[in-house]
Design a protein around this ligand. Structure first.
Ligand code: PMP
Length: 314
C-alpha cells in the first residue's frame, strides 16, 4: 500500500512527511486513540469520487472520541468538508480508504484519560480489496473472546482494543483461514475481527444486536436498510449461538474494508451448499451499486468530492 501525499494534521493539510508525532505520545504508548475508516468510490461514468456515508462515520468517530474524553471543535459536517478538501488535494481518480484518527497527543507518562491534550488527523490512501476471498471466505471461530463493554467498549472504534482484533486475525490466518468469527464473554456470536456478521436462517436475516459487543457498523446499518426496503426480507437483531452459525443457509461479513464477503465455510463445514448463496449475491450487487452512487434513492449517502455538484450535503 502506498503512503498518502497529504494529511490533515495539527489543524491544516500538510505533506504526509510532515505529519509526525513523538515517541512519548500518550496514544502510542497506551492505545488511547480512536479512529474511523470509510471509503470513497470512483464512479467512472460520472468521473466522480463519492465518499460513502461520511456524516454517519464521523458521528460514530466523534462518539468514540467522547468515550475517550476527547473533545474537538468539529462536527460531522466540518470533518466531511475537510475530507473532501483532502481528497481533492490527493487528486486520485480511484477507490480510496479514508482514515480519521483522534489521539491523546500529550507527551506524558501516566495511564489515564483526563488532563491530556488530544488532536486529530485524517489521511487517505488508494485501496482495493481487504480480504482476497470475498465470494468464498473460510472462517473459523476464534479462541479469543471479544472485548467486553465493561473492559473496552466494542461500540467505540478504540485503537487499544484493536490488539484484540489483531490476535484474532493473525491466529485465523496462520491457521489457514481467511477470517474469524468471535464470541463475546457470554459465549454468543459477536462479529469478525473487523467486520459485522449476518446470517440467513429459515428465510430470515439475523444479526447480533449492538449490545452484544459489536461495533455499530455503518455497513451493517446500510445492509439492514437494503435487505428490508429493497429485498423485502425480515431482519432480526437477536443473540446468535455458535451452533446456529454452522446451520445457517447463508452467512456473510460486512464492513467498510471487507464490504460484503460471503462466508462459505466455517471450520471446514460448508455453509448451505458451500457456495455463495443468492441472497448475499444479490445484496453484494446492490451494495456495490449504492456505494458507487448508482442508485438515485440512496444518493444522499454519496458525498461527491470533485466540484460540479458543490459540497451540497456538507
Ligand atoms: N466491527 C469491527 C470490529 C470493525 O473494525 C469494523 C470496521 N470498521 C466493523 C465492524 C464494520 O464497521 P463499518 O461497517 O462501519 O466499517
Amino acid at each position: 500500500m502506498s503512503t498518502p501525499r497529504y494529511a490533515y494534521f495539527q489543524g491544516k493539510i500538510v505533506p504526509y512527511a510532515e505529519a509526525k508525532v513523538g515517541v512519548m505520545t500518550h496514544a502510542l504508548n497506551y492505545g488511547t486513540a480512536c479512529f474511523g475508516g470509510m471509503r470513497a468510490y470512483w464512479n467512472d461514468d460520472e468521473a466522480q469520487l463519492f465518499i460513502f456515508r461520511p456524516l454517519d462515520h464521523y458521528t460514530r468517530f466523534l462518539n468514540s472520541a467522547k468515550l475517550l474524553w476527547m473533545e474537538f471543535d468539529h462536527t460531522p459536517e466540518s470533518l466531511t468538508a475537510l475530507t473532501v478538501e483532502l481528497l481533492r488535494k490527493e487528486g486520485e481518480q480511484q477507490d480510496m480508504y479514508i482514515r480519521p484518527l483522534a489521539y491523546k497527543s500529550a507527551e506524558a507518562i501516566g495511564v489515564r484519560l483526563h488532563d491530556l491534550t488530544a488532536d486529530l488527523t485524517i489521511f487517505a490512501v488508494p485501496f482495493g480489496r481487504y480480504v482476497d476471498n470475498e465470494e468464498g471466505t473460510h472462517a473459523t471461530f476464534s479462541s479469543w473472546r471479544r472485548v467486553d463493554d465493561n473492559s473496552i467498549p466494542a461500540r467505540g472504534k478504540i485503537s487499544g482494543s484493536y490488539v484484540n482484533s489483531a490476535f484474532i486475525k493473525t491466529d485465523a490466518m496462520l491457521a489457514g483461514y481467511d477470517e474469524a468469527i468471535v464470541l463475546n464473554q457470554a459465549g454468543h456470536v459477536s462479529e469478525g475481527s473487523a467486520e459485522n456478521l449476518f446470517m440467513l436462517r429459515g428465510g430470515v436475516v439475523v444479526t447480533p444486536p449492538v449490545t452484544e459487543d459489536v461495533l455499530e457498523g455503518i455497513t451493517r446499518r446500510t445492509l439492514m436498510t437494503l435487505l428490508r426496503d429493497e429485498m423485502g426480507l425480515e431482519v432480526h437483531e437477536r443473540v446468535i449461538d455458535r451452533s446456529e452459525v454452522y446451520l445457517a443457509d447463508e452467512l456473510w461479513f460486512c464492513g467498510t474494508g471487507v464490504q460484503v464477503a460471503a462466508i462459505t465455510r466455517v471450520d471446514h463445514r460448508p455453509i448451505g451448499n458451500g457456495r455463495m448463496g443468492p441472497v448475499v449475491g444479490e445484496l453484494r450487487k446492490l451494495y456495490f451499486d449504492v456505494v458507487r452512487g448508482k442508485v438515485a434513492k440512496y444518493r444522499h449517502w454519496n458525498q461527491p468530492v470533485f466540484v460540479k455538484e458543490a459540497v451540497a450535503a456538507v
